[in-house]
Ligand binder design. Structure first.
Ligand code: ARG
Ligand code: ZN
Length: 889
């Protein structure tokens, strides 16, 4: 069944309040649900009441206290004929949390109870109007055995607790705010909390808790600090205060996604909570800060103002990702440290271009506000999240920070407590800034990645410089093509650079004086020319500064011009971008040659351009690390007319080895100079030093004679006081052993396992490092992976573990996964089918690893099609079926 955005209709009934009582037993939990209901005056009169429910056993139904005969339970829910206009409905049902391997609804993990309701999990807990535009207030009573489940948590405030007969106890929670059912949560079990009390902006006392299993209590400090920083940041930047007396974060090791913003009771994947220097990397620390921020920021953007329907998902996700990106940038550099902010910006754009652009070019392409879906869980995508965040960022680029803030203020003033649409958000932003943003809707309704082609012309006599922009889409899937209706409003930031490397002051034709050195051009036509006057010499254009719109820019820079931009552009994002363009161009040319088995070579000038950046001490180590990091194999393969992962791998390895050898002494010096002695601190500065140092180590491991790298890595592995350095050393040892078997790699791997056997998140890294290693002809990685599938620590039911081994191999090791014999695809098909029976959401994510199959070389393409057809024939879930069927169309 396909659900269409155009079919939205308001709910026929409303719920004024709900009281839930749980008797928590793993094998059979009884839920008693009492709702005060009435007909929705704003909807057409329905003949009957339809409640949604899945995998529930109905026990009893009563209307106004009397058993109701005209109630029919069926596969999708419960139908009640003859209900009055207003009434109290009481439903008792049972579910089986211990058998719930889908991790949606109520389930058991490590002996404790957890829930996950977004998007449609609440209907697996009780019969309900499980849709986001039905908001109500919840009172929740939890009853359970006191020894097995000493802690009983739900949303809002704890209003009562006490003992019951037979060793049981209860807790009663009340959430004062109306919310949709997807924000409901309960947690019960043996947990302990790190606590802090703080005062919010208006002076109210708040209790903050981070709940974990007892042995993890020592890994909660960073999450708590991240939470406090998030609270302060939302007060300062957006004037938004925590509205509850208590805010809880709970960590769970079996979780389908990153985290969930349930009102006052955020539930997190352990991966985004637990950290100490020995077990977590700098990236982990940064991710925890970002995800804690993200979930906390949802309290306003998502919870106080929620989505009318799931087509509006980006209303809360795009906006909240934008907010967490800005939070991380502010935490790293403050509001005015542009260089530090740029590092975060570059990291975010890398992800967007590698993952979202790819999604947008395949069978799952959809607008930020999708028009239809089969399974909503398949639409928690890079497009809805990351492109959605870019769309929100464009308002800020157009109106400035203050204008954006005015828009946000108006949005909350108008819509607090409501379930609204992306249009409502756009209109609030437009109204607050006195603008008509009708054209901007295209960013929500059109799928595909826009391309902006640029032509420039300098008139030396008139001192005029024209920039002509043309927008359109490249080749896209037919489904995306249908959505493309006309030109977009593209904020196109530009600067002009003189021969001295400095920015020129900018004056557009018609302006009385020059102002500023970066302009945001509002590009609204299909083709448009902008003329700059008083341009004293032919400039070099710096285009789409700070990546001001999620588009591909086409402009014919020469290699020399890119090297110049890499050396001089005042916009740090574009400085990095020039290096990426230069590298991409060389790498694609090399990949084309590699595909023909032709000899490879790289011009010295390219090496020299990168050497200059590497040794430019005015640049931060974090920036230099990003500048010297080549575009990923996945990104490069996607740029080819026919993706050829083996050729891309050979080309990229060739360049890595060239940079390793040519800059050997620089890498050695950098590895030594950027040590971070003393106690570990996960600050951006220290992380920058470690990042650059470990990049040096990775390059050294590429040398034909890796002896030096093995020596350095072995020492670093043994002496490391933190996981960043230890994991980087292990990874370098694995890389070095590709050139030459080294016992150091094997023994470090074994040591790593023994050392961290009791730390599941570290064992995930151990699996992932092996799944993403290079492999040799004698030992392809598929063999390593199949062997690890039988390791006692492997467990397909745990999503983190499945991701660490299977997803790492299928999505992060393209050269090995796309082996010509099709062995990777056969493995993929087996695992998708096995996961489908346990956890459709996770299976569907894995299924997506083959969706771009049509873009590959003919040999690979045919093998991929066969694997997809096999999955299509055997998959049971709606989730997986939607992915493979769309891929095969
Ligand atoms: N709202 C959560 C977040 O972005 C993610 C929920 C994902 N749900 C899903 N069904 N995939 O923080
Ligand atoms: Zn979110």
């Amino acid at each position: 069944v396909v659900i269409h955005r155009a079919d939205y209709a308001p709910p026929a009934f409303l719920i004024d309040s709900v009281a839930l009582e749980f008797d928590l037993v793993p094998t059979r939990t009884i839920v008693r649900n009492t709702m005060r209901m009435r007909r929705n005056p704003g909807a057409v009169r329905a003949p009957r009441l339809e409640l949604l429910g899945e995998q529930l056993e109905l026990v009893s139904v009563a209307v106004n206290g009397a058993p109701h005969a005209a109630a029919r339970a069926h596969e999708h829910g419960l139908t009640l004929d003859d209900v009055p206009d207003a009434f109290e409905l009481t439903i008792e049902s049972a579910c089986a949390p211990a058998e719930n391997t889908t991790l949606s609804g109520l389930y058991v993990s490590s002996g404790n109870f957890f829930t996950q309701c977004e998007a449609e999990g609440f209907r697996r807990i009780t019969y309900f109007l499980d849709r986001p535009d039905v908001m109500t207030t919840y009172t929740v009573t939890l009853r359970a055995d006191k020894t097995a489940y000493p802690v009983l948590l739900s949303n809002g405030n704890l209003i009562e607790e006490g003992d019951l007969p037979d060793g049981r106890h209860f807790a009663k929670w009340e959430d004062p705010f109306k919310k949709p059912s997807y924000l409901f949560a309960l947690v019960a079990g043996q947990l302990v909390a790190l606590e802090e009390r703080i005062k919010s902006a208006s002076g109210k006392e708040k209790l903050l808790q981070v709940w974990v299993e007892p042995h993890d209590l020592g890994k909660t400090r960073h999450a708590m600090e991240s939470l406090i920083h998030s609270i302060r940041w939302d007060e300062e930047r957006f004037g938004l205060e925590l509205d509850l007396d208590r805010f809880m974060i709970v960590a769970v090791s079996d979780f389908n996604m990153g985290a969930m913003e349930n009102k006052g009771l955020n539930v997190f994947n352990t991966k985004y909570v637990l950290a100490n220097p020995e077990t977590a990397t700098d990236t982990d620390f940064a991710n925890i800060e970002a995800v804690v921020g993200h979930e906390y920021f949802h309290n306003w953007t998502g919870n106080r103002v929620t989505c009318r329907d799931w087509f509006q998902l980006s209303l809360k996700e795009g906006l909240t990702v934008f907010r967490d990106q800005e939070f991380s940038a502010d935490m790293a550099g403050g509001a005015s440290n542009e260089a530090a902010r740029a590092v975060k910006r570059i990291e975010d754009v890398r992800v967007l271009r590698q993952m979202q652009f790819a999604e947008d070019s395949g069978p799952m392409a959809h607008p930020v506000r999708p028009e239809s879906y089969v399974e909503i869980n398949n639409f928690y995508t890079m497009t809805v999240y990351e492109k959605g965040a870019e769309v929100v960022r464009m308002y800020q680029t157009l109106f400035g920070r203050d204008g954006f803030r005015r828009g946000m203020d108006l949005y909350f003033k108008r819509h607090d407590g409501q379930a609204v649409t992306c249009d409502d958000f756009r209109v609030a932003l437009a109204d607050a800034n006195g603008r008509d943003l009708a054209q901007f809707e295209g960013w929500y309704s059109q799928a595909g990645t826009p391309r902006v082609s640029v032509w420039t012309n300098y008139d030396a006599t008139a001192l005029r410089y024209t920039v002509t922009l043309k927008q359109g889409y490249g080749d896209v899937a037919p489904a995306a093509r249908e959505t493309q209706t006309g030109p977009l409003l593209i904020p196109f930031a530009i600067g002009l650079i003189g021969r001295d490397g400095a920015d020129m002051p900018l004056r557009l034709d018609g302006e009385s004086a020059a102002a500023g050195t970066t302009r945001v051009l509002e590009f609204t036509g299909t083709e448009q020319t902008f003329t700059f006057v008083d341009v004293r010499e032919e400039p070099l254009p710096s285009l789409l500064r700070n990546f001001s719109a999620p588009v591909v820019v086409e402009y014919d820079y020469t290699a020399g011009e890119l090297a110049f931009l890499l050396a001089h552009d005042s916009d740090p994002f574009n400085r990095w971008e020039a290096g990426q363009r230069l590298a991409t161009r060389e790498l694609l040319a090399l990949a084309a040659r590699a595909a023909q088995d032709a000899p490879l070579s790289l011009d010295d000038s390219v090496v020299a351009a990168f050497a200059r950046v590497l040794n430019d001490e005015t640049l931060s180590p974090a920036f230099r690390e990003l500048a010297l990091m080549l575009p990923s194999e996945a990104y490069l393969a996607e740029q080819m007319a026919e993706s050829n992962p083996a050729a891309v791998h050979r080309a990229r390895q060739f360049v890595r080895k060239r940079l390793a050898a040519a800059l050997r002494d620089d890498w050695l010096a950098i590895h030594e100079r950027h040590q971070t002695p003393g106690a570990y601190a996960p600050t951006p500065e220290a992380a920058g030093h470690r990042g650059l140092k470990n990049l040096a180590l990775a390059y050294l491991a590429e040398l034909d004679d890796p002896a030096e790298a093995v020596k350095l890595a072995s020492a670093q592995y043994a002496e490391a006081n933190n996981m960043t350095d230890r994991a980087a050393a292990l990874s370098a040892l694995l890389a070095a052993s590709t050139a030459q078997e080294t016992p150091a790699a094997e023994s470090a791997l074994a040591d790593f396992y023994r050392r961290f056997e009791k730390e599941p998140l570290v064992i995930d890294k151990w699996f992932a490092l092996q799944a993403t290693q290079r492999g040799t002809a004698a030992r392809p990685v598929i063999e390593v992976v199949r062997n690890l599938m039988t390791h006692p620590a492997f467990n397909l039911k745990n999503p983190n573990r499945a991701r660490s081994l299977i997803f790492s191999f299928c999505s992060a090791n393209p050269a090995q996964f796309h082996a010509e014999d099709g062995s990777g695809y056969a493995f993929w098909a087996e695992q998708v089918i096995a996961l489908d029976a346990l956890n459709p959401q996770v299976a569907a994510r894995l299924a997506r690893a083959l969706e771009l199959w049509r873009r590959y070389t003919p040999v690979l393409r045919e093998k991929m099609r066969a694997a997809l057809e096999q999955v299509a024939a055997q998959a049971k879930s709606r989730d997986v079926r939607e992915i493979v069927e769309k891929a095969l169309v």
